[in-house]
Each structure stands twice: as C-alpha cells, then as structure tokens.
Write a protein that binds this ligand. Structure first.
Ligand SMILES: [Zn+2]
Length: 389
C-alpha cells in the first residue's frame, strides 16, 4: 500500500520516497504526493529527481492500493530514494475543478433535491456533471449564484476520516461508494443548522477554502442518454481565462462592426435581415437575367453561368420553358440539367457525369451534380457532339 501524502496535505508538491517495486517503465513508492487518476480527476504529472537525473512522470495509476508512476527515461531501482516533484500548476487547476465540482453539485441540490449527480468528468478544462431531474437554464443560473455566494464567503474545506457507523452524523450529499474507513470532504458553514454546507465521501484533492475556487461558470446544458442533463462548467483560473478571452474577442468583433459590445446582438440581427433582403434581391435579378438569356430559346442549350448562386434561379426559369433541354454549369464544376422535352434530364446528366467522373442525380425534368470543372466542360462538349452529330 502506498501512503497517499495528498490526503493529509493537498498543497504538498515535494517529497522523498523509497522505490518499492518496478514494472517496465512504471515505478511504485512507499509514499507519494502524486494523485493517481480516479473519480473523474486526471492523474498528476511532474518529475522524479534520481541519480542527478530529472525524470518526467507522465502518468499515475492506482492498482490494488499500489500507486504506479509511469516515467519517461531512466527507471530507478528497488530500494533507491527518489525525490518527487508534482507539477503544481496542473495540480492546482485540478484542485480548482474538483472543489468547484463539489460546490456546484451541492448548489444544484439546494435549487432542487431531484438534481442528483449521476456522473462527473473533470478531465479537460470544460468539466461536466450529469444530473437527474431535468434542470433548466434558470435552475443553472440559480445554482451558479448560490455557489458564488459560498465562494465569496470563503468557507473552509475540511477533511475527516470516519467509520461507517459515524457516517449518519453527517449530512452526506450522496451515499459513499466505498466501505470501511471513509474520507469525508466537508465545506464548513456555521450558518447551517448542521454546521456543514456540503459533505461528500471523496479521495480527491481540494483547495483549502471556497474562495480559492475563484469562480464557476456554467457554459451550457445538454440532454444526454438516460434522461440526464449534462452541465458543462469551467472553474478557477480556467474560467477566468475563458471569460476574459471571450470578452476581448467579442469586443474586437463589436469594434469591427463599428458598434459597442452591448449593441452587438442588435447589429448582428440587423445584418442578418440586410443579408436576407440582399439575397432575395439577387435571386430576383438572377431570375430576370435567366428569363432574358432563355427568351425564345428551345431545343438543346448549354449555358455557362458566372456564379453558383445563379444555378437555382436559372434552373427554375429553365424548367418552366417549353421544349427545352438545358445544361447549365458554373466555373466551380456544378451542373444542372432541366428538360421539358422527351429527353430525361437524369439520363443526360448521368452520361455527362460518367465522362467527367462526377457525382449527382435527379429526376426526368431536373437533375444536378458536380465534377472537376475542366473535365465537366469537356464532357458536356462531348455529349453535345454526340447529341448533335
Ligand atoms: Zn472531491
């Protein structure tokens, strides 16, 4: 059994230990400050200093009470002393995520006792809680606000080991998944009748006080399998980075539209309306242009169009002509065949695309496809020669 130093002090990053076993590039120690991947929290990384070498520790896993450190380099021998150094910046981000997760889970439960946690992941900057009970956006805002009040009050996190018999003295958020001696992580609060704001069984690493979580920001809610709602959130320094980055990007965007950040949504709406209006006008102009291009035309016509946006209005006009088999193509290799003759547009297109090595399909009156543009023009030319020898 490896002694887990982070259980007593999550802020300890440096330690000396004896190698008790090795297995390939994996090393077991008598004690460690490295957290092994568990409970949705990533493994720590860092270094061993041994024999004047600084050996990267790239992964940490726990098996049968033994913690295995994967090293990238020289492997120390059994009985050797190593000096371990945990990557503090990474660990602290994990601690902020994990502590934020405790607070958020409790905050949701206080909004509605049905919002029970079913699964947790803190493996990337955007963490997730899967909740039962269908929380809404409004519930999420309430939970976020309740949580932030606890962050501002800077309540202490406290860890205690208890027996199963002692468990009932604590207002546990959910039943523990382990037996025997159980480690409880509590957020103390004198304003609460029980003396606790949050209690749950956990073997992870947490900050000393709620203020260190900094902030928790819910990015989105999503329905997932099993009737659960996945709550995406960011915490601590990662929340600060995301929010400041997003704010600056949005402000730059607003400036590029010559407006303020507050008026950006209004500006985007009016641009959308303007854009739609222009698209309608362009479509009408293309239809008028198509009418004049096809006026009095019948038989077989091949029409090169300048722009792919013109294909749709042109096809509409072409399909409405009488006794016309029309092949329209654009410089980017798109082709539409319309037919109001006995010839099938679908078959004509198929023949052209076969030679042009393109793809497409349709019906007897209208068919469309695409092919490499140089081949397409050649194939249309070939087909035309075959049709009108
Ligand atoms: Zn925890």
């Amino acid at each position: 059994m490896t002694v887990l130093l982070f259980h007593e002090d999550a802020y300890r990053t440096s330690f000396i230990a004896t190698v008790t076993a090795t297995d390939g590039n994996r090393v077991a120690l008598d004690q460690t400050a490295f957290y092994a991947e568990a409970g949705g929290q990533n493994a720590d990384q860092g270094f061993f200093v041994w024999n004047d070498e600084r050996i990267p520790v790239t992964d940490v896993q726990k098996k049968n009470g033994q913690v295995w450190h994967t090293v990238d380099g020289l492997v120390p021998r059994v009985g050797d002393y190593v000096h371990g150094e945990v990557d503090w910046s990474l660990r602290y981000r994990h601690m902020q995520r994990h502590s934020g997760e405790h607070l958020l889970a409790q905050a949701f439960l206080r909004v509605n006792p049905e919002f029970k946690v079913q699964a947790v992941s803190m493996r990337s900057e955007e963490c997730t809680l899967d909740l039962a009970g269908n929380p809404t956006e409004e519930d999420a805002r309430k939970a976020e606000e309740a949580l932030m009040r606890v962050v501002y009050r800077n309540l202490p996190f406290h860890t205690v080991w208890v027996t199963e018999a002692e468990l009932r003295q604590y207002p546990l958020r959910r039943p523990p998944q382990v037996q025997g001696r159980i480690r409880l992580v509590c957020v103390m609060d004198r304003m609460e009748r029980t003396g606790y704001w949050e209690v749950s069984a956990c073997g992870g690493t947490h900050v000393n006080r709620t203020g260190e979580v900094g902030s928790v920001f819910i990015t989105k809610l999503e329905k997932v399998a099993g009737g659960l709602t996945r709550v995406f959130f960011v915490t601590g320094h990662e929340a600060y980075r995301l929010l400041t980055h997003t704010y600056r990007e949005s402000r730059t965007l607003a400036t590029s539209f010559s407006t303020s950040l507050e008026k950006l949504p209004e500006r985007v709406e009016s641009l959308k309306t303007e854009n739609l209006d222009k698209a309608r006008k362009l479509n009408a102009a293309y239809e008028a242009l198509s009418e004049s291009l096809l006026q009095g035309k019948n038989g077989v016509q091949v029409v090169p169009l300048p722009d792919a946006d013109m294909l749709k209005p042109f096809s509409k006009v072409a399909a409405a002509q009488t006794d016309l088999l029309c092949i329209a193509h654009t410089p980017d290799g798109r082709v539409v065949v319309t037919s109001s003759t006995k010839a099938s547009a679908k078959e004509v297109l198929a023949e052209i695309l076969k030679n042009a090595q393109g793809k497409g399909g349709g019906k007897a009156d209208l068919a469309q496809g695409s092919a490499p543009s140089d081949r397409l023009e050649q194939a249309i030319h070939l087909w035309r020669e075959g049709a009108n020898p």
